[in-house]
Design a protein around this ligand. Structure first.
Ligand code: SAH
Ligand code: SF4
Length: 424
């Protein structure tokens, strides 16, 4: 049984609706559909980008339509990785009556509205998407200019769930609680939305990372379907090597991926190498302790030949001590892996801050001493934090000051006890 902290399912529900957003045109509901009285209900029509191509082909065949009709819809949806159509009306190759039928049966876009907020002098764009039932999810588009031998990259960081049940205390999504798993098309459509914006700017999407809201390995079936659609050359067409999925350490999910063989780059959010501290930072650690997580990741790297990325969010005075660095070096020495050190992006409900850069550099040096590959992600903390529920949390409204104060007090108590337990 998992000992994940139970969260209120309503936390990101009705409170977390978008204000001031213009709805994109969506097809009319079929006549006779009852109007919801308590807020939006989930649209039952499947999203086209989440369908296997043969499902669409069978749908047209059942209507005695030629097979090329299915391909016309697919071409409109994927448009060579440029984002594609949002409504049936855009698919001019289909006769109008058939367009209406496709619209009544499927959704061209499962994101009913998107609010985009530019940041970082145009290098980052945060997007808050509303889904058909009003749930909110975030994605972030990050532009990395060409540097030396590295070509320019445009990476989108996407969500796999609305909210998250894992409840890491430094994460805004963790604080929101869990609302629901995303459907395959709701995952893929975040990528299509980013690709559409890039296409309009004359650029192309190069990478996808599952580092937004949610724990991808707790919605693994849908995540695998989304990755298949994104990497299929006849659909979105992004190489699987350009897709990274990050997990907080769901061991059975990692093992399942290992059995499937190389699918994408696997990132593991490590944050601490010693159980008492990781129990606080990643509550899932009480279910799957760090040694089990790293053993599963090691097997994955050995079987697939692909190195694991370990993500370590460094928090001032909490997990950035020389003892933490030494314990991490002991844990990872000799493994096929790469460690990313990320300064924590501050969030409202914690008293914690990013570690100072000299301490991060000391941490990196200690890992390198054991020949562990390390990168310090100077800005990425903010970028990832931005994708990790901060906009949705902002929409949900700040909790009352005494609630925040109590939450901070408990965090300090738990982390201080954990530090004492590990002798920090
Ligand atoms: N649930 C998955 C994927 C989404 S979180 C996971 O935890 O791996 C993606 C990354 O953002 C994780 O490494 C997480 O630890 C990091 N993150 C979350 N909140 C952050 C913050 N406030 N500052 C820096 N990194 C953060
Ligand atoms: Fe969930 Fe990842 Fe945030 Fe932890 S860091 S609460 S696992 S989204």
């Amino acid at each position: 049984m998992t000992r994940v902290r139970p969260r209120s399912p309503s936390a990101a529900g009705p409170r977390a609706t978008m204000r001031g957003v213009t709805d994109a045109p969506t097809p009319d509901a079929p006549s006779g559909t009852p109007r919801p009285t308590t807020g939006p209900i989930r649209d039952p029509r499947p999203g086209l980008s989440g369908l296997e191509p043969d499902v669409l082909a069978a749908w047209f065949a059942a209507r005695s339509q030629p097979a090329y009709r299915g391909r016309q819809v697919a071409d409109a949806i994927w448009a060579g990785g440029s984002g594609g159509a949002r409504t049936g009306a855009e698919v001019r190759t289909l006769p109008a009556a058939l367009r209406g039928e496709v619209d009544a049966a499927f959704r061209f876009d499962t994101l009913t509205a998107t609010e985009v907020r530019p940041g970082d002098g145009g290098q980052t764009e945060k997007a808050l998407h509303r889904l058909s039932d009003g749930a909110l999810v975030e994605s972030v588009l990050m532009h990395y200019p060409a540097r030396g031998a590295n070509r320019q990259r445009d990476t989108v960081c996407i969500s796999s769930q609305a909210g998250c049940a894992v409840g890491c205390p430094f994460c805004a999504t963790g604080e929101l609680g869990f609302t629901r798993d995303l459907e395959t098309a709701e995952i893929v459509d975040q990528v299509r939305a980013a690709a559409r914006r890039l296409t309009a700017a004359g650029r192309r999407l190069t990478n996808v990372v599952f580092m937004g809201m949610g724990e991808p390995l707790l919605n693994l079936d849908r995540v695998l379907e989304a990755v298949t659609a994104l990497s299929d050359p006849h659909r979105f067409g992004l190489g699987a090597r350009h897709i990274t999925v990050s997990t907080s350490g769901v061991v059975p999910g990692i093992r399942r991926l290992t059995a499937l063989g190389p699918q994408f780059t696997l990132a593991v959010s490590l944050h601490a190498a010693r159980d008492p501290l990781r129990d606080v930072l990643v509550p899932l650690n009480r279910r799957w302790p760090v040694a089990e997580v790293v053993a599963a990741a090691r097997d994955h790297a050995e079987v697939t030949g692909r190195r694991i990325s370990y993500e370590v969010t460094l928090i001032d005075g909490v997990n950035d001590t020389p003892a933490d660095a030494a314990a991490m070096a002991d844990l990872l020495r000799g493994d096929l892996c790469h460690v990313n050190l990320i300064p924590m992006n501050p969030v409202a409900h914690t008293p914690w801050r990013a570690s100072p850069m000299d301490r991060i550099e000391g941490f990196a040096a200690r890992l390198r001493q054991d020949r562990i590959a390390v990168t310090i992600r100077r800005n990425r903390g903010q970028e990832i934090g931005a994708a990790c529920g901060q906009l949705a949390a902002e929409r949900a409204g700040e909790p009352a000051a005494p609630v925040v104060a109590r939450r901070r007090e408990l965090l300090v108590r738990d982390s201080t006890a954990a530090l004492r337990a590990v002798g920090g």
